[in-house]
Design a protein around this ligand. Structure first.
Ligand code: DQA
Length: 146
């Protein structure tokens, strides 16, 4: 069975309590549950990883090929806008990666308009709340079944 890695970046463990007007009320555990319900009928296995630490995210991305992941769906959160290290990791390992964001980063503060990661990803989905993750996973599934 093909495997997809779901990566949640910093502060996303606080979903459900954090800035509900921007990120909604759904918790990270609920998002993961919804993703599992999409993966199951598609015959795809998911693994979930959340970290507040850039280096830990680099570690799981660069190990993703060796660990047999066919694709990554990642919300790099604040590291989207700052992390050359995560960009380089995605570029180095070449596991097809889809960047997702709950909020529309282009409709927010100027510093969020730039993603350092998106140019090395297969694509980016931003602004659909929890559905960004669902759409990102569906895109990843189509990609690996192609
Ligand atoms: C976010 C957008 C980022 O700018 C922010 O730092 C986050 C969450 C989103 O999902 O909308 O932590 O990635």
């Amino acid at each position: 069975m093909k495997k997809i890695l779901i990566i949640h970046g910093p502060n996303l463990h606080l979903l459900g309590e954090r800035e509900q007007d921007i990120y909604g009320k759904t918790t990270l555990a609920e998002i993961n549950k919804k993703l599992s319900s999409v993966a199951k009928p598609a015959g795809v296995a998911l693994e979930f990883f959340q970290s507040n630490h850039e280096g830990e995210m680099v570690d799981v991305i660069t190990a993703s090929k060796k660990n047999g992941f066919a694709a990554i769906v990642m919300n790099p959160a604040a590291y989207t806008h700052t992390s050359v290290a995560i960009r380089d990791a995605v570029m180095a390992v070449k596991t097809p990666t889809i960047e997702v964001h709950l909020s529309n980063i282009y409709a927010r503060e100027e510093f969020r308009h730039k993603s350092l990661i998106a140019p090395v990803c297969h694509g980016q989905i931003t602004g659909f709340g929890v559905n960004s993750y669902i759409l990102g996973l569906e895109a990843a599934i189509r990609l690996i079944k192609k």
